[in-house]
Design a protein around this ligand. Structure first.
Ligand SMILES: [Zn+2]
Length: 252
C-alpha cells in the first residue's frame, strides 16, 4: 500500500494536534486550513514525484517527517480496536479478497485520558494488485477526518497471497504513520495463511534505519518483499475489544 502524501499530511496534522490544547480553537482551525492548502499542493507534487521517481528526495526534503519522540515502547499509550473492525474490513473487501487484489483502509479515532480509541475505518477509492494497493482520494479522507475531529491511528491492508508481515513497501508507508504518532498500528490480513492477522509497528531502533534506507536506496520500498533484517514487531500496546462501535465510512 502506498500513502505517499498521506504520510506527510498525517505528520502535519498530528503536529497541529500536539500544538493545540483544543481542536475547536480558532488557531487550530487556521493551522488545519494551512494543511489543507499544503495538501492541494502535494497532489501536484506527488504527481511530479511519480514522474521523476524521486521519492527519496521527497522524504529527504520534508522536515515534517522527523521521527517521533517516544523511544521506549513501554511508554506507548494503549490503542483500543474493536475486533469488528477487522470483520467489517474483510466483509467490505470481499471482492478484492476473492480476486487476490490487495485492499486497504485507514483507521482513525480519538485520544481521551491517554487512550486511543479506534472509532472509524475510512475506505478510500483505491487501485490494487496482488501485492500493492494505492489510495486515490486521500484529500477526501483528510477532509472527513478534519470535519469529524479524528486522529489517524493506523491503517489496515490485506495480503491476498502472502503471509502477514510488513514488506519493505509497507515499512515505507508505516514510517509516515509512526513518525507522526508513535502508537500508530499497521494491521495486515492474510486470509490464506496462519496466522491470518498481524498487528505491527516499526521497532523503535529501526525508524532511523528506514529513514536512511529511504534516502540512500531508491529501490527500498518499491517491491512488496521481505527486508533482510526484521525491522518491525508485533504491537504490545493494542487491546482488542468486543463492545465498541466502528463507523465504516466508504469514500469510494
Ligand atoms: Zn503489505
Amino acid at each position: 500500500m502506498c500513502y505517499v502524501f498521506n504520510a506527510r499530511l498525517v505528520a502535519l496534522y498530528t503536529n497541529v494536534i500536539k500544538k493545540h490544547n483544543s481542536i475547536n480553537s480558532t488557531t487550530y482551525r487556521r493551522d488545519v486550513f494551512d494543511i489543507r492548502k499544503i495538501a492541494e499542493q502535494s497532489i501536484t507534487e506527488c504527481e511530479n514525484i511519480k514522474d521523476s521517481g524521486g521519492l527519496e528526495k521527497f522524504y529527504k526534503d520534508k522536515k515534517s517527517l522527523n521521527v517521533a519522540t517516544q523511544p521506549n515502547p513501554s511508554q506507548l499509550r494503549p490503542v483500543r480496536i474493536d475486533s469488528s473492525l477487522v470483520d467489517s474490513f474483510i466483509k467490505i473487501g470481499q471482492d478484492h479478497f476473492r480476486n487476490d487484489i490487495e485492499f486497504c483502509a485507514t483507521i482513525c479515532g480519538t485520544l481521551k485520558n491517554g487512550i486511543f480509541d479506534c472509532t472509524h475505518m475510512l475506505i478510500p477509492r483505491q487501485e490494487g494488485t496482488e501485492n500493492s494497493c494505492c489510495a486515490l482520494n486521500e484529500l477526501d479522507m483528510f477532509d472527513y477526518q478534519y470535519k469529524n475531529n479524528l486522529i489517524t491511528i493506523g491503517w489496515i491492508h490485506s495480503h491476498p497471497t502472502q503471509t502477514a508481515f510488513l514488506s519493505s513497501v509497507d515499512l515505507r508507508t508505516h514510517f509516515g504513520y509512526q513518525s507522526s504518532l508513535n502508537e500508530a498500528v499497521a494491521i495486515v490480513c492474510a486470509p490464506k495463511h496462519v496466522p491470518k492477522l498481524g498487528v505491527f509497528r516499526i521497532k523503535d531502533d529501526a525508524l532511523d534505519k528506514i529513514r536512511r534506507l529511504m534516502v540512500t536506496n531508491p529501490n527500498f520500498g518499491i517491491r512488496h518483499e521481505h527486508t533482510n533484517e526484521v525491522l518491525f514487531e508485533k504491537c504490545s500496546h493494542v487491546q482488542f475489544t468486543t463492545n465498541q462501535n466502528i463507523n465504516v465510512v466508504d469514500l469510494r
